[in-house]
Write a protein that binds this ligand. Structure first.
Ligand code: 13P
Ligand code: SF4
Length: 346
């Protein structure tokens, strides 16, 4: 154990039950080693209400910490080891523009249910709550899109057009049922196709859009018979060429199954590199797990063991500044999250 790891262990021990450390699976091993719970974004949102500690330290990107702060108990505080670790995709839906788009779409009394990926700001979650919509994660996007379509009217899915299109395909929606919106700073710049059932915000994750069809073809050539899995933030044409796609939790499960049921097989995983590397190490005696390409989320990587130590030390000295959420946005934003948790059985 190095000096930083030892110092984290010591300060965590001295804080005892007053602190609980959460971490997303995309965190590096030296951070994950100190997490009381690791999970994907759905698992982490779900577990917050069961945490009794006064301080939650969230090793992940800003929107994840903000979501935890929204779901935390009164008096509980949520701390991020690096407040600048911001998911780039969550910044692709400025609230002022999304509000204009919703006003334009609903102007003549048309019903639009907004469905926001949790990778969004508090302001967007509040806007979605205000318009009767909900949030979703990659693990429940299918269930939540079906729910939103069931409300009568059309659905505005934001911000990830790829997750939206991949989920729509699973539900059997045709291309003619969908439209990727064209948007400028004053809202819609083109009204072509806006009468369709599913309207998609034109955002995406640059970590997952790095995977290409050529990479899939090259992997199959290099390891004939290999299995290739992808996260649904990857482009639809890549997903089409893979064997299966699913959330972080799904990818972890599949890696475990490959190791157990298909020893000596080769599994490629198209998702964030920290996770793929960890799965490869975990199952290295049983099967070969490879990244489709090494795609690291730079924002997740901003959280380091040293920053975690600084946060814990500051908490113990009463000097850590927790995430603050705008009081006016709390209720509608919480509503959009609670709708998701209710539909998905919590
Ligand atoms: P999960 O919902 O699978 O945890 O993914 C979150 C994320 O940011 C993926 O890039
Ligand atoms: Fe955001 Fe993409 Fe990083 Fe996930 S991998 S946190 S979607 S930038």
């Amino acid at each position: 154990m190095n000096a930083t790891a030892k110092a984290i262990t010591d300060v965590k021990k001295s804080l005892g039950k007053s602190v609980y450390v959460l971490g997303h699976h995309y965190q590096c091993d030296t951070v994950v080693a100190h997490c009381d719970k690791c999970g994907d974004s759905l698992e982490l949102s779900r577990c917050v209400s069961d945490i009794e500690a006064a301080h939650i330290v969230f090793c992940g990107v800003y929107f994840m910490g903000e979501t935890a702060a929204l779901l935390a108990r009164p008096g509980q505080s949520v701390h991020l080891p690096d407040l600048t670790s911001n998911c780039a995709m969550s910044m692709m839906t400025p609230e002022t523009i999304a509000r204009k788009v919703l006003q334009q779409l609903t102007g003549r009394g048309r019903k639009i249910i907004p469905l926001a990926y949790v990778n969004t700001t508090l302001d967007i979650k509040a806007l979605v709550g205000e318009y009767g919509g909900a949030t979703c994660t990659s693990a429940n996007a299918g269930k939540m899109l079906a729910w939103a379509l069931d409300q009568g009217g059309s659905v505005l899915f934001l911000p990830d057009k790829n997750l939206g299109r991949n989920t729509a395909k699973k539900l059997g929606l045709s291309q003619n049922d969908q439209q990727i919106l064209r948007i400028g700073k004053n809202g819609l710049t083109d009204t072509d196709g806006i009468d369709r059932k599913l309207l998609l915000w034109p955002g995406c994750c640059c970590i997952h859009t790095r995977f290409t069809s050529e990479m899939v073809a090259a992997a199959r050539e290099k390891h004939p018979g290999c299995r290739i899995l992808a996260h649904p933030e990857a482009r639809p044409e890549v997903i089409e060429r893979c064997d299966a796609a699913g959330s972080t939790a799904f990818l972890i499960r599949e890696a475990g199954e490959a190791a157990e049921k298909n020893p000596d097989s080769t599994l490629y995983i198209a998702t964030e590199y920290n996770l793929v590397r960890r799965l490869a190490a975990r199952h290295k005696e049983r099967c070969r797990i490879l990244p489709l390409t090494k795609s690291l989320c730079g924002d997740m990587a901003k959280v380091t063991a040293k920053k975690l130590l600084r946060t814990l030390t500051n908490i113990s000295a009463n000097k850590s500044v927790p995430i603050k959420v705008d009081i006016a946005r709390i209720e509608p934003a919480r509503l959009s999250l609670q709708r998701m948790l209710k539909v998905c059985g919590q």
